[in-house]
Design a binder for this molecule. Structure first.
Ligand SMILES: *Cc1c(COP(=O)(O)O)cnc(C)c1O
Length: 362
């Protein structure tokens, strides 16, 4: 059996038809830039996140950069974030001219809120938690710390569309929240896209301006910025994805529950508490025998992934950024392995993956 980690080709005939119909509609009306589908997507996402506004942008990275810029974070400021994420998180902070301050993670791989207060200085402007793997950070605790120290909170919800904690969805907690909609993400475009959600109308208008070269009425530039608009074509296809998102999340959660039931005694499985729903962008197991397990699975035809094998502060670009106390992240990064967990996996594939992992440990 050959099981790829993820296959982005659209095999399902009716889904492909739906997507092509959506594309055809856009080609016929011709409003390729900020067309009606962009507005429809923004309204739907704002509603789903319980927010006043949503602003479609060209990527998740762009969303983070624009969010920080709109909040006035810049040179001389510090932003506290996690050590473990895709480098886009740190890059967005660096690209507004601020300094990323990295704190450790907990056993669940998300930011350890107990480490935040010790990292706060007079220069700290914001906290940027990442709902890593699709599990929400301890947002109540993080918001309490932010309020006490008068800090903004920008959620990096790139991996967490549809995840909830105490009944509240990803993207509904921070001052601003950012989603990536790239083709690998849970809510996906067919290419690059992202979206920002928030409540503050003034900041929302600033974001609308910043996403198009910092212009007012697309003419007079009031703040130098870049072009970060979302394509109408991508928005139209994300709307198709949105119609099916609940089924997709349900199937991923079902597979995840089966994995956990079968594997929890031999590897560390994702921790899902009773007050939360995971979005399972990845199903990430942890084991000290990670490398050997990955090779064993490869030989059995099962592709697995080590997402982000370099902690953000240890990328070459950040090597001189400081010394960081991140022992849990240093340990976990050696042990994490993402196994296939997507809606198109067949039952016998899921069974086979479990069988092979058990075989490795027996
Ligand atoms: C994917 C991702 C991003 C960046 O999103 P793009 O749309 O690829 O630019 C940022 N942060 C995290 C945690 C991500 O997983």
């Amino acid at each position: 059996m050959e099981i790829p980690y993820l296959n982005l080709s659209v095999q399902d005939d009716s889904r492909r038809r739906e997507l092509l119909d959506a594309v055809e509609t856009v080609l016929l009306h011709g409003r390729l830039i900020l067309g009606p589908e962009v507005e429809e997507l923004e309204q739907n996402i704002a509603t789903l996140c319980g927010r006043r506004r949503a602003i479609g942008v060209s990527s998740g990275t762009g969303a983070l950069w624009l969010a920080l810029k709109a909040l006035g974070v810049g040179p001389g400021d510090e932003v506290i974030t996690t050590a473990m994420s895709w480098i886009a998180t740190a890059n967005a902070i660096a690209m507004v001219g601020a300094k990323p301050v990295f704190v450790d993670i907990g056993a669940d791989l998300t930011m350890n809120y107990n480490c935040i207060e010790a990292a706060i200085t007079e220069h700290t402007k914001a906290i940027l938690p990442v709902h890593y793997t699709g599990k929400l950070c301890a947002m109540e605790e993080i918001l309490t710390i932010a309020k006490k120290h008068n800090l903004k909170v920008v959620e990096d919800a790139a991996q967490a569309f549809g995840a909830t904690r105490n009944g509240k969805v990803a993207g509904s907690f921070g001052t601003i929240a950012c989603f990536s909609l790239n083709s690998m993400k849970v809510l996906n475009a067919y290419g690059e896209a992202g979206i920002i959600v928030l409540d503050d109308e003034t900041i929302a208008e600033k974001l609308v301006s910043l996403r198009y070269n910092g212009t007012i009425n697309r003419e007079n530039c009031v703040t130098p910025s870049l072009n970060g608009r979302i394509d109408t074509l991508q928005a139209a296809m994300v709307l198709v994805s949105l119609r099916h998102i609940q089924d997709k999340l349900a199937r991923r959660r079902e597979i995840a529950a089966f994995y956990t039931e079968e594997l929890a005694t031999i590897v560390t499985c994702p921790q899902v508490d009773t007050n939360e729903l995971h979005s399972f962008y990845t199903y990430t197991i942890q084991t000290p025998r990670r490398d050997a397990l990955q090779s064993f699975l490869e030989e059995a035809g099962i592709q697995s992934k080590v997402y982000h094998p370099i902690l953000m502060p240890y990328h070459s670009a950040y090597q001189d950024s400081g010394t960081w106390n991140i022992p849990q992240a240093e340990r976990s990064v050696q042990e994490i392995l993402c196994i296939p967990n997507h809606e198109n996996l067949r039952e016998e594939e899921v069974q086979y993956i479990v069988k092979k992992i058990k075989q490795f440990f027996s």
